[in-house]
Design a protein around this ligand. Structure first.
Ligand code: ADP
Ligand code: MG
Length: 255
């Protein structure tokens, strides 16, 4: 018998939006430690965190408190030592590696502090890249026009249509982060996981990136989990939690 989550197209997971409302993504009882020499250094100790569909959750905490570690576990970039990650009520962290890869690529979009764009590719090539990787060469070329149109639409959405053929070195920091956001959205993720997306930007540019994320959240009901050390930006999310001493504590959310 096949596991209901393990199917070729992840259809079961994508269709589960028809299920009764409950938290979209849950990480529960999460422990994570890293090996340092002979010892294990605990980072997360019994973390419980969840995000509802369409929510904008921010996670704050001191440097080294485990924010990136937690975000990576929520997005299946890493595995917890203990605990479970559930998507629409189904456990996903213990699935076979190939299924976890499929879920990661189809359900989550990632944005990082340092953009991670490919320096030798143009903006539009960077944005379309996840679709090239996801499809076979034949299938990609067959639908090449629609993939590129989709990339261009997103580039327009993030306000960069005048920069299509620019290389990352010809873009400003804010433009590179917009490009990274367009790339994260090209696979039509359900949940955007953003790790310090404004951490490398000046205040005004960071503010613009935050406004873009807020628009994507409210206008497209994109669920967002954002890690930040900027308490003021964090307060603009619909809900904020603090990671401290390996646990999550709730903070007041903005209206
Ligand atoms: P934050 O994002 O809040 O700054 P991190 O999740 O990056 O915190 O790191 C939490 C702790 O785990 C830090 O002490 C860091 O040095 C350690 N750590 C993170 N990743 C690794 C790793 N791959 N190997 C060993 N230690 C790590
Ligand atoms: Mg970090």
């Amino acid at each position: 018998m096949s596991d209901p989550v393990v199917d070729e197209s992840c259809e079961t997971i994508l269709l589960s939006s028809a299920m009764p409302p409950h938290a979209q993504l849950v990480a529960t009882g999460i422990d994570k430690a890293y090996r340092k020499g002979d010892h294990q250094v605990p980072v997360l100790r019994g973390v419980d965190i969840s995000i509802d569909r369409g929510e904008f959750l921010s996670i704050v905490g001191q440097s080294g408190s485990g924010k990136s570690t937690l975000l990576h576990l929520m997005g299946l970039l890493d595995a917890p030592d203990l605990g479970e990650v559930l998507l629409d009520g189904q456990r996903i962290d213990d699935l076979p590696a190939r299924t976890r890869d499929q879920i990661r690529n189809r359900v989550f979009g990632f944005v990082f502090q340092f953009y991670h764009l490919m320096p030798e590719l143009t903006l539009v090539e960077n944005v379309v890249l996840p679709l090239m990787i996801r499809h076979s060469i034949w299938s990609y070329w067959k639908n090449c026009r629609s993939h590129i149109d989709r990339a261009k639409q997103l580039i327009d959405r993030v306000g960069l249509s005048h920069r299509l053929t620019h290389k990352p070195s010809e873009l400003s920091g804010g433009e590179m982060q917009r490009a990274a956001i367009a790339r994260a959205l090209v696979s039509q993720p359900q949940i955007l996981l953003a790790d310090e997306p404004t951490g490398n930007l000046d205040e005004k540019t960071g503010r613009e990136i935050m406004d873009l994320l807020k628009r994507l959240n409210t206008e497209e009901q994109l669920s967002i989990v954002m890690v930040t050390h900027d308490a003021q930006l964090a307060r603009e999310a619909t809900r904020t939690v603090r990671l401290t001493a390996g646990r999550v504590e709730a903070l007041a959310g903005a209206a």
